[in-house]
Design a protein around this ligand. Structure first.
Ligand code: ZN
Length: 134
């Protein structure tokens, strides 16, 4: 796709995403931003202009959703066009909720917490026991 075409396409998606929304309705705007997350919507063009603009939204709810998209894309192995920088910067966001979200997702974790599963735990113990030959 040519650069011009791509720009037009991005503008179209931008309009489709926010058309008909009450400008006062931050929840609706946040939901629309989230609907663009590449885990739910497959991108035919990079939508980072829209997501990065949402990172500057006056509403902290919208900013948080935009950060979620960056984080989720990153976790799914998508290139985020420098979006992770915005996630790091959000640790100094004026809104405490946004700061908490950024700090939380950036917290170093050795592993994603797995829901506890007793059957699987027992199975793993058995496998470990076999491995150790006891
Ligand atoms: Zn997602």
């Amino acid at each position: 796709m040519k650069r011009r075409e791509q720009k037009t396409k991005i503008r179209e998606i931008w309009q489709q995403t926010f058309t008909g929304l009450d400008p006062e309705d931050e929840w609706a705007r946040a939901a629309r931003v989230r609907s663009l997350c590449p885990c739910e919507y497959s991108w035919t063009v990079p939508l980072w202009d829209i997501i990065f603009a949402a990172c500057e939204d006056p509403s902290p709810i919208v900013r948080e959703e935009a950060l979620h998209v960056i984080q989720d894309a990153h976790e799914h192995g998508f290139a985020t066009a420098g979006g992770m920088t915005l996630l790091y910067a959000a640790r100094r966001d004026p809104a405490p909720g946004v700061r908490r979200f950024a700090n939380d997702v950036l917290k170093p974790r050795p592993k994603r917490p797995q829901p506890r599963n007793r059957i699987r735990d027992r199975l793993m113990q058995k496998i470990a026991a076999v491995d150790h030959g006891d």
